[in-house]
Design a protein around this ligand. Structure first.
Ligand code: NAP
Length: 316
Protein backbone atom coordinates (compact mmCIF):
# COMPACT_ATOMS: atom_id res chain seq x y z
CA UNK A 1 0.00 0.00 0.00
CA UNK A 2 3.10 2.30 0.21
CA UNK A 3 2.17 4.11 -2.96
CA UNK A 4 -1.49 4.58 -2.05
CA UNK A 5 -2.20 8.27 -1.42
CA UNK A 6 -4.80 8.43 1.39
CA UNK A 7 -6.66 11.54 2.48
CA UNK A 8 -7.64 11.34 6.17
CA UNK A 9 -10.38 13.93 6.68
CA UNK A 10 -10.38 14.23 10.47
CA UNK A 11 -8.18 13.17 13.43
CA UNK A 12 -10.48 10.26 14.25
CA UNK A 13 -8.27 7.59 15.81
CA UNK A 14 -4.54 7.64 16.71
CA UNK A 15 -3.98 3.94 15.90
CA UNK A 16 -5.63 4.29 12.48
CA UNK A 17 -3.63 7.43 11.74
CA UNK A 18 -0.33 5.79 12.76
CA UNK A 19 -1.03 2.70 10.67
CA UNK A 20 -2.08 4.75 7.62
CA UNK A 21 1.07 6.85 8.04
CA UNK A 22 3.21 3.73 8.28
CA UNK A 23 1.60 1.82 5.41
CA UNK A 24 0.52 4.55 2.93
CA UNK A 25 1.25 8.04 1.69
CA UNK A 26 -0.92 9.95 4.17
CA UNK A 27 -2.45 13.42 3.73
CA UNK A 28 -4.12 15.02 6.77
CA UNK A 29 -6.90 17.33 5.61
CA UNK A 30 -7.41 19.12 8.93
CA UNK A 31 -3.80 20.33 8.98
CA UNK A 32 -4.70 22.88 6.34
CA UNK A 33 -7.05 25.67 7.53
CA UNK A 34 -10.63 25.49 6.17
CA UNK A 35 -10.11 28.44 3.80
CA UNK A 36 -7.19 26.75 2.04
CA UNK A 37 -8.54 23.19 1.81
CA UNK A 38 -9.52 23.57 -1.83
CA UNK A 39 -5.92 24.53 -2.60
CA UNK A 40 -4.62 21.63 -0.47
CA UNK A 41 -6.77 19.17 -2.40
CA UNK A 42 -5.72 20.67 -5.73
CA UNK A 43 -2.02 20.38 -4.74
CA UNK A 44 -2.37 16.67 -3.86
CA UNK A 45 -5.10 15.62 -6.29
CA UNK A 46 -2.60 13.72 -8.42
CA UNK A 47 -1.64 11.46 -5.50
CA UNK A 48 -4.85 10.90 -3.54
CA UNK A 49 -6.55 7.62 -4.50
CA UNK A 50 -8.36 6.92 -1.23
CA UNK A 51 -10.33 8.89 1.33
CA UNK A 52 -10.82 7.83 4.93
CA UNK A 53 -13.62 9.82 6.54
CA UNK A 54 -15.95 9.38 9.48
CA UNK A 55 -19.33 10.51 10.88
CA UNK A 56 -17.99 14.06 11.27
CA UNK A 57 -16.26 14.60 7.95
CA UNK A 58 -16.71 12.25 5.00
CA UNK A 59 -16.54 12.92 1.28
CA UNK A 60 -19.07 15.35 -0.14
CA UNK A 61 -19.56 16.17 -3.81
CA UNK A 62 -16.93 18.98 -3.77
CA UNK A 63 -14.27 16.75 -2.22
CA UNK A 64 -14.97 13.94 -4.68
CA UNK A 65 -14.94 16.38 -7.62
CA UNK A 66 -11.59 17.74 -6.45
CA UNK A 67 -10.02 14.26 -6.55
CA UNK A 68 -9.95 12.88 -10.10
CA UNK A 69 -7.77 9.90 -9.11
CA UNK A 70 -10.10 8.79 -6.30
CA UNK A 71 -10.76 5.03 -6.32
CA UNK A 72 -12.09 4.20 -2.85
CA UNK A 73 -13.71 5.81 0.19
CA UNK A 74 -13.20 3.69 3.30
CA UNK A 75 -15.34 5.15 6.04
CA UNK A 76 -14.52 4.86 9.74
CA UNK A 77 -18.28 4.63 10.48
CA UNK A 78 -21.24 2.47 9.57
CA UNK A 79 -23.37 5.51 8.67
CA UNK A 80 -22.93 6.69 5.09
CA UNK A 81 -24.68 10.03 5.39
CA UNK A 82 -21.45 12.06 5.01
CA UNK A 83 -20.61 10.45 1.66
CA UNK A 84 -22.14 11.44 -1.67
CA UNK A 85 -23.01 7.87 -2.67
CA UNK A 86 -24.68 8.88 -5.93
CA UNK A 87 -21.51 10.59 -7.12
CA UNK A 88 -19.47 7.54 -6.11
CA UNK A 89 -21.76 5.32 -8.18
CA UNK A 90 -21.44 7.64 -11.17
CA UNK A 91 -17.64 7.75 -10.91
CA UNK A 92 -17.21 4.05 -10.12
CA UNK A 93 -15.62 4.84 -6.75
CA UNK A 94 -15.74 1.98 -4.27
CA UNK A 95 -17.17 2.66 -0.79
CA UNK A 96 -16.75 0.65 2.42
CA UNK A 97 -17.96 1.17 6.00
CA UNK A 98 -17.61 -0.51 9.40
CA UNK A 99 -20.81 -2.47 10.08
CA UNK A 100 -21.32 -5.08 12.84
CA UNK A 101 -18.19 -4.33 14.91
CA UNK A 102 -19.89 -1.29 16.48
CA UNK A 103 -23.37 -2.75 16.84
CA UNK A 104 -23.02 -3.98 20.43
CA UNK A 105 -21.50 -0.78 21.81
CA UNK A 106 -24.11 1.41 20.18
CA UNK A 107 -26.97 -0.80 21.36
CA UNK A 108 -25.47 -0.91 24.87
CA UNK A 109 -25.39 2.87 24.87
CA UNK A 110 -29.03 3.15 23.78
CA UNK A 111 -30.12 1.03 26.73
CA UNK A 112 -27.71 2.89 29.02
CA UNK A 113 -29.24 6.20 27.95
CA UNK A 114 -32.79 4.96 28.49
CA UNK A 115 -31.95 3.78 32.01
CA UNK A 116 -29.95 6.96 32.70
CA UNK A 117 -32.88 9.19 31.73
CA UNK A 118 -35.53 7.21 33.59
CA UNK A 119 -33.45 6.51 36.72
CA UNK A 120 -31.69 9.92 36.55
CA UNK A 121 -28.28 8.26 37.03
CA UNK A 122 -26.13 11.29 36.03
CA UNK A 123 -28.31 13.62 38.11
CA UNK A 124 -28.15 11.34 41.14
CA UNK A 125 -24.37 11.14 40.74
CA UNK A 126 -24.22 14.96 40.74
CA UNK A 127 -26.43 14.95 43.85
CA UNK A 128 -23.84 12.90 45.71
CA UNK A 129 -20.84 14.83 44.43
CA UNK A 130 -22.33 18.22 45.30
CA UNK A 131 -22.91 17.19 48.91
CA UNK A 132 -26.70 17.42 48.50
CA UNK A 133 -27.26 13.92 49.87
CA UNK A 134 -25.82 15.09 53.21
CA UNK A 135 -27.48 18.50 53.18
CA UNK A 136 -30.86 17.73 51.59
CA UNK A 137 -31.43 14.04 52.34
CA UNK A 138 -32.48 11.21 50.06
CA UNK A 139 -32.73 11.67 46.30
CA UNK A 140 -36.24 11.87 44.79
CA UNK A 141 -37.92 8.79 43.32
CA UNK A 142 -37.37 8.12 39.65
CA UNK A 143 -39.03 5.92 36.98
CA UNK A 144 -38.65 2.28 36.11
CA UNK A 145 -37.15 1.05 32.81
CA UNK A 146 -37.91 -2.70 33.06
CA UNK A 147 -41.21 -3.53 31.40
CA UNK A 148 -41.61 -0.23 29.53
CA UNK A 149 -42.88 -0.55 25.96
CA UNK A 150 -39.95 0.14 23.64
CA UNK A 151 -40.40 1.38 20.06
CA UNK A 152 -37.47 1.21 17.68
CA UNK A 153 -37.17 3.26 14.49
CA UNK A 154 -35.03 1.17 12.12
CA UNK A 155 -34.81 -2.53 12.96
CA UNK A 156 -31.40 -3.02 11.35
CA UNK A 157 -28.24 -4.36 12.97
CA UNK A 158 -28.25 -1.87 15.85
CA UNK A 159 -32.05 -1.78 16.14
CA UNK A 160 -32.14 -5.58 16.50
CA UNK A 161 -29.37 -5.50 19.10
CA UNK A 162 -31.32 -2.86 21.06
CA UNK A 163 -34.45 -5.02 20.83
CA UNK A 164 -32.59 -8.08 22.11
CA UNK A 165 -31.26 -6.12 25.08
CA UNK A 166 -34.62 -4.50 25.87
CA UNK A 167 -36.30 -7.94 25.76
CA UNK A 168 -34.03 -9.00 28.62
CA UNK A 169 -35.60 -6.14 30.62
CA UNK A 170 -39.08 -7.60 29.86
CA UNK A 171 -39.89 -4.69 27.57
CA UNK A 172 -42.51 -5.35 24.86
CA UNK A 173 -40.86 -4.36 21.55
CA UNK A 174 -42.33 -2.72 18.49
CA UNK A 175 -40.70 -1.03 15.53
CA UNK A 176 -41.03 1.00 12.36
CA UNK A 177 -38.98 0.43 9.20
CA UNK A 178 -39.82 0.84 5.51
CA UNK A 179 -41.01 -2.74 5.50
CA UNK A 180 -42.11 -5.35 8.01
CA UNK A 181 -39.34 -7.77 8.97
CA UNK A 182 -40.20 -11.43 8.61
CA UNK A 183 -38.95 -13.67 11.39
CA UNK A 184 -39.47 -11.37 14.38
CA UNK A 185 -42.26 -11.40 16.93
CA UNK A 186 -41.99 -7.64 17.35
CA UNK A 187 -45.03 -5.55 16.50
CA UNK A 188 -44.68 -3.53 13.28
CA UNK A 189 -46.12 -0.04 12.82
CA UNK A 190 -46.21 1.39 9.32
CA UNK A 191 -45.99 4.97 10.64
CA UNK A 192 -43.63 6.52 13.17
CA UNK A 193 -46.53 8.41 14.79
CA UNK A 194 -48.37 5.16 15.53
CA UNK A 195 -45.15 3.63 16.86
CA UNK A 196 -44.57 6.65 19.13
CA UNK A 197 -48.18 6.64 20.36
CA UNK A 198 -47.74 3.02 21.45
CA UNK A 199 -44.27 3.38 23.02
CA UNK A 200 -43.03 4.62 26.38
CA UNK A 201 -39.43 4.71 25.16
CA UNK A 202 -38.78 5.53 21.50
CA UNK A 203 -35.29 4.72 20.19
CA UNK A 204 -33.95 6.08 16.89
CA UNK A 205 -31.62 3.56 15.21
CA UNK A 206 -32.22 4.03 11.47
CA UNK A 207 -29.86 5.23 8.75
CA UNK A 208 -29.84 8.96 7.96
CA UNK A 209 -31.18 9.58 4.45
CA UNK A 210 -33.23 12.42 2.94
CA UNK A 211 -36.35 10.39 3.87
CA UNK A 212 -35.39 9.94 7.54
CA UNK A 213 -34.31 13.56 8.16
CA UNK A 214 -36.58 14.84 10.98
CA UNK A 215 -38.32 11.47 11.11
CA UNK A 216 -38.93 12.47 14.73
CA UNK A 217 -40.90 15.70 14.33
CA UNK A 218 -43.34 17.58 16.55
CA UNK A 219 -46.19 15.20 15.77
CA UNK A 220 -44.08 12.18 16.74
CA UNK A 221 -42.92 13.84 19.97
CA UNK A 222 -46.51 14.73 20.88
CA UNK A 223 -47.56 11.13 20.16
CA UNK A 224 -44.80 9.92 22.52
CA UNK A 225 -46.15 12.36 25.08
CA UNK A 226 -45.31 13.91 28.46
CA UNK A 227 -44.35 10.56 30.00
CA UNK A 228 -42.48 9.28 26.95
CA UNK A 229 -38.71 9.19 26.56
CA UNK A 230 -36.86 9.73 23.28
CA UNK A 231 -33.44 8.14 22.76
CA UNK A 232 -31.38 9.09 19.71
CA UNK A 233 -28.29 7.03 18.92
CA UNK A 234 -28.78 7.37 15.13
CA UNK A 235 -27.83 10.76 13.73
CA UNK A 236 -28.67 14.28 14.93
CA UNK A 237 -30.79 15.27 11.90
CA UNK A 238 -33.19 12.38 12.57
CA UNK A 239 -34.74 14.62 15.22
CA UNK A 240 -36.11 18.12 14.69
CA UNK A 241 -33.92 19.59 17.42
CA UNK A 242 -35.72 22.94 17.70
CA UNK A 243 -38.97 21.04 18.26
CA UNK A 244 -37.25 18.71 20.73
CA UNK A 245 -36.12 21.67 22.82
CA UNK A 246 -39.64 23.12 22.77
CA UNK A 247 -41.30 19.79 23.63
CA UNK A 248 -38.96 19.27 26.60
CA UNK A 249 -39.15 22.85 27.87
CA UNK A 250 -42.96 22.86 27.56
CA UNK A 251 -43.26 19.44 29.23
CA UNK A 252 -44.90 17.84 26.18
CA UNK A 253 -42.14 15.20 26.15
CA UNK A 254 -41.11 13.29 29.27
CA UNK A 255 -37.39 13.08 28.68
CA UNK A 256 -34.60 12.49 26.21
CA UNK A 257 -31.26 10.72 25.98
CA UNK A 258 -29.29 12.10 23.08
CA UNK A 259 -25.92 10.96 21.71
CA UNK A 260 -26.09 12.80 18.38
CA UNK A 261 -27.00 16.38 17.44
CA UNK A 262 -27.90 18.35 14.35
CA UNK A 263 -24.82 20.62 14.39
CA UNK A 264 -22.17 18.69 16.31
CA UNK A 265 -20.42 19.69 18.50
CA UNK A 266 -23.04 22.41 19.10
CA UNK A 267 -25.77 21.40 21.53
CA UNK A 268 -28.76 23.68 22.22
CA UNK A 269 -27.95 25.36 25.54
CA UNK A 270 -31.62 25.25 26.58
CA UNK A 271 -31.05 21.52 27.18
CA UNK A 272 -28.25 22.08 29.70
CA UNK A 273 -30.57 23.09 32.52
CA UNK A 274 -33.14 20.31 32.05
CA UNK A 275 -33.21 17.52 34.65
CA UNK A 276 -34.96 15.03 32.35
CA UNK A 277 -32.26 15.02 29.70
CA UNK A 278 -28.98 13.10 29.34
CA UNK A 279 -26.56 14.44 26.75
CA UNK A 280 -23.60 12.57 25.28
CA UNK A 281 -20.94 13.77 22.80
CA UNK A 282 -21.56 11.21 20.00
CA UNK A 283 -19.86 8.26 21.69
CA UNK A 284 -22.03 5.36 20.44
CA UNK A 285 -19.09 3.32 19.14
CA UNK A 286 -16.53 5.05 21.35
CA UNK A 287 -14.80 2.21 23.17
CA UNK A 288 -11.13 1.30 22.84
CA UNK A 289 -12.03 -2.21 21.67
CA UNK A 290 -14.52 -1.20 19.00
CA UNK A 291 -12.54 1.72 17.60
CA UNK A 292 -9.59 -0.66 17.11
CA UNK A 293 -11.84 -3.11 15.23
CA UNK A 294 -13.24 -0.27 13.12
CA UNK A 295 -9.71 0.91 12.29
CA UNK A 296 -8.67 -2.62 11.32
CA UNK A 297 -11.69 -2.84 8.99
CA UNK A 298 -10.74 0.45 7.32
CA UNK A 299 -7.16 -0.78 6.86
CA UNK A 300 -8.32 -4.22 5.69
CA UNK A 301 -10.58 -2.69 3.06
CA UNK A 302 -7.78 -0.48 1.74
CA UNK A 303 -5.39 -3.44 1.71
CA UNK A 304 -7.95 -5.56 -0.18
CA UNK A 305 -8.48 -2.78 -2.70
CA UNK A 306 -4.73 -2.44 -3.32
CA UNK A 307 -4.23 -6.18 -3.75
CA UNK A 308 -7.31 -6.67 -5.97
CA UNK A 309 -9.02 -8.87 -3.39
CA UNK A 310 -12.73 -8.68 -2.49
CA UNK A 311 -13.47 -5.75 -0.17
CA UNK A 312 -14.29 -6.83 3.40
CA UNK A 313 -17.36 -4.62 3.88
CA UNK A 314 -18.36 -3.16 0.52
CA UNK A 315 -21.21 -0.69 0.17
CA UNK A 316 -20.50 0.10 -3.48
P1 NAP B 1 -28.49 -0.92 9.25
O1 NAP B 1 -28.32 -2.33 9.68
O2 NAP B 1 -28.32 -0.57 7.82
O3 NAP B 1 -29.93 -0.45 9.74
C1 NAP B 1 -30.50 0.75 9.31
C2 NAP B 1 -31.99 0.65 9.46
O4 NAP B 1 -32.58 1.88 8.99
C3 NAP B 1 -32.62 -0.46 8.64
O5 NAP B 1 -33.32 -1.30 9.53
C4 NAP B 1 -33.60 0.24 7.71
O6 NAP B 1 -34.79 -0.51 7.67
C5 NAP B 1 -33.82 1.56 8.44
N1 NAP B 1 -34.29 2.59 7.52
C6 NAP B 1 -33.69 3.06 6.39
N2 NAP B 1 -34.48 3.96 5.80
C7 NAP B 1 -35.59 4.07 6.57
C8 NAP B 1 -36.76 4.85 6.48
N3 NAP B 1 -36.96 5.69 5.44
N4 NAP B 1 -37.69 4.74 7.46
C9 NAP B 1 -37.49 3.88 8.49
N5 NAP B 1 -36.39 3.11 8.64
C10 NAP B 1 -35.45 3.22 7.68
O7 NAP B 1 -27.50 0.04 10.04
P2 NAP B 1 -26.95 -0.10 11.54
O8 NAP B 1 -25.62 -0.75 11.51
O9 NAP B 1 -28.01 -0.67 12.40
O10 NAP B 1 -26.73 1.46 11.88
C11 NAP B 1 -27.83 2.32 11.91
C12 NAP B 1 -27.38 3.77 12.05
O11 NAP B 1 -26.92 4.01 13.37
C13 NAP B 1 -26.21 4.17 11.15
O12 NAP B 1 -26.63 4.52 9.86
C14 NAP B 1 -25.61 5.34 11.90
O13 NAP B 1 -26.12 6.55 11.41
C15 NAP B 1 -26.07 5.14 13.35
N6 NAP B 1 -24.94 4.90 14.26
C16 NAP B 1 -24.70 5.79 15.25
C17 NAP B 1 -23.64 5.58 16.13
C18 NAP B 1 -23.36 6.54 17.24
O14 NAP B 1 -22.20 6.73 17.57
N7 NAP B 1 -24.36 7.13 17.86
C19 NAP B 1 -22.83 4.45 15.98
C20 NAP B 1 -23.10 3.55 14.96
C21 NAP B 1 -24.16 3.79 14.08
P3 NAP B 1 -35.60 -0.75 6.30
O15 NAP B 1 -34.59 -0.97 5.22
O16 NAP B 1 -36.48 -1.90 6.57
O17 NAP B 1 -36.38 0.52 6.13
Amino acid sequence: METLGVLLTFPMNPYLEEELDRRCNLFRLWESPPESRREFLRAHAGSIRAVVGNATCGADADTIDALPKLEIISSFSVGLDKIDLEKCRQRGIRVTNTPDVLTEDTADLAIGLAISVLRRIPQADRYVRSGSWKSKGDYKLTNKFSGKTVGIIGLGRIGMAVAKRAEAFDCPISYHSRSEKPGTNYKYYSTVVDLAANSQVLIVACALTPETRHIVNREVMDALGPKGVLINIGRGPHVDEAELVKALVEGRLGGAGIDVFEQEPHVPEELFGLENVVLLPHVGSGTVETRKEMADLVLGNLEAHCTNKPLLTPVI
